[in-house]
Design a protein around this ligand. Structure first.
Ligand SMILES: Cc1cc2nc3c(=O)[nH]c(=O)nc-3n(C[C@H](O)[C@H](O)[C@H](O)COP(=O)(O)OP(=O)(O)OC[C@H]3O[C@@H](n4cnc5c(N)ncnc54)[C@H](O)[C@@H]3O)c2cc1C
Length: 451
């Protein structure tokens, strides 16, 4: 039986749910308050330069996200490393140290890299292995894992401050959007177990070779339209109510639907959810909170690095990506410095960030010191992710609500993952499964992706 499905929110979660429901033969309307699809993954043009709102990466283990890219027909617009390798720069050192996987199965695939990891003393390197093995047996879903910080757990497992900041946080801050001292043990265990401790290839890193709107928003609009979805941009949903047996989705032109997928961020969901629809405290959105990400964009007059990306330790510079080709720049080099858990940076004026970040970049990348800065600007996402703090698991609802025909999606819902593109797509899959009445499960991509 064809059902009328309204999807509210056109981020990756809403796009996924809408495509799934349309592919299953339902009549779908997607309502998005902004003028474009893609939600937190978008890009804009500045003086001819294509700029992402923030650098996004994915890992080979992000199978649901890779499945979405395949459905959108854009797998040729990303690059996935054939084998994990991360150059790590520290202030004052001329050469990076490398974290590389070897051909051995996990967790041995990183053993030689960690044993040779110069920024840590030998004792720390040895103790890292013990903690990594112990982390493998932490139950990410256990309430006790959600009550504790990852930092506290690491310290209890013999990890020094240096080991936490120079190795664990290197991965953790970018994937969790929080430092170990603020992150829930449960979410950290998920990230490290899936990414580093189970499958050797899982953490190979992928990134877009085009601006984000060409990877997500624009192809999504094309595929949704082809699939028969009515996409209504610039349409803010202002209320949800039951009218007889159907839902009335309040907007400038209201929509009637048998089922609704609410795929909006927590504060918008809190406003739209009918009373009693979820088993959460009324102030769940404020309690879940959010965590900011800042990107500092620097255009140099010449090439200053040959790496597509690198990480930095003992520095406010966390991760740096070469965006020259994807931005359309034809001379010089454009680097995006991605700063996660950016509470200290989010309100800083551009001038202050320039005074701090350019010297810091020069310390880890000496070639940048002699280069002329042709452009410098900052993008800020105050609510980039929910705050992955202890207690967050209890504030993330499952897809099914108590209101008949009303389903939730979004990276913040109970996916078990931190707020990531993978989590968003998984939540969209789960919402579609709830609408379609089929058992939950996440289909992965079916074929290879160009490396
Ligand atoms: C700077 C930055 C860097 C990031 N880096 C990474 C990364 O490297 N890797 C990774 O995996 N993830 C990363 N993330 C996280 C990732 O982008 C998000 O988890 C994911 O995109 C969230 O998708 P979503 O669909 O759940 O929510 P959103 O993208 O927030 O989509 C919700 C949509 O709902 C719309 N909406 C809200 N209210 C209404 C309303 N009333 N009516 C209609 N529409 C409404 C919004 O406009 C929005 O389009 C990053 C995020 C940011 C901001």
């Amino acid at each position: 039986m064809t059902r009328r499905v309204a999807v509210v929110g056109g981020g990756l979660a809403g796009i996924t749910a809408a495509l799934r429901c349309a592919d299953a033969g339902h009549e779908v309307t997607l309502l998005e308050s902004r003028g474009l699809l893609g939600g937190l993954t978008h890009s804009f043009t500045r003086d001819g330069l294509h700029v992402d709102n923030g650098q996004h990466v994915f890992l080979r283990c992000c199978t649901a996200y890779l499945g979405l890219l395949e459905r959108l027909g854009v797998t040729d617009r990303v690059h996935l490393q054939p084998r994990l390798e991360i150059p790590v720069h520290a202030p004052g050192s001329r050469r990076p140290v490398w974290l590389r996987r070897n051909p051995l199965p996990a967790p041995l695939h990183l053993a030689d890299s960690v044993l040779r990891y110069g920024p840590l003393g030998l004792g720390d390197r040895m103790r890292f292995a013990g903690a990594a093995l112990a982390l493998k047996s932490v139950d990410p879903a256990a309430p006790s894992s959600d009550r504790r910080t990852f930092g506290e757990w690491l310290a209890a497992h013999g990890q020094s401050h240096a080991a936490i900041t120079r190795l664990w946080d290197l991965v953790g801050i970018a994937t969790l959007n929080a430092r170990a001292e603020h992150a829930s043990l449960g979410l950290a265990a998920t990230v490290f177990q899936i990414g580093l401790l189970t499958d050797a290839a899982a953490a190979d890193i992928g990134w877009a070779t085009v601006p984000l709107r060409r990877l997500h928003g624009e192809p999504a609009l094309a595929r949704l339209t082809e699939a028969g979805v009515r996409v209504r941009l610039n349409t803010k949903v202002t209320g949800l109510s039951r009218d007889g047996g159907a839902w009335r989705v309040g907007a400038d032109e209201p929509v009637e639907a048998d089922q609704v997928v609410l795929a909006v961020p927590p504060p918008a969901a809190a406003k739209l959810l009918p009373e009693g629809a979820v088993r959460l405290p009324p102030d769940f959105a404020e309690r879940l909170g959010s965590s900011p990400i800042v990107n500092v964009h620097v255009v140099f007059d010449r090439r200053v690095t040959s790496q597509p990306f690198f990480a930095a330790i003992d520095s406010p510079v966390q991760w740096v990506f070469d965006r020259t080709a994807s931005s359309g720049l034809d001379r010089g080099q454009y680097l995006a410095i991605s700063i996660s858990a950016a509470e200290a940076e989010i309100e800083e004026p551009v001038r202050v960030l320039r005074e701090r970040m350019l010297p810091a970049l020069g310390e880890v990348l000496p070639a940048a010191r002699g280069a002329e800065v042709l452009d410098f600007f900052v993008t800020r996402e105050r609510h980039a992710t929910f705050r992955p703090a202890p207690g967050s698991a209890g504030l993330r609802p499952p897809a099914r609500t108590r209101a008949p025909g009303l389903v939730l999606a979004g990276a913040w819902t109970a996916t078990g993952w931190p707020a990531t593109m993978e989590g968003a797509v998984r939540s969209g899959e789960a919402a579609a499964q709830a609408v379609l009445g089929t058992p939950a499960g996440v289909p992965g991509r079916s074929e290879g992706i160009p490396a």
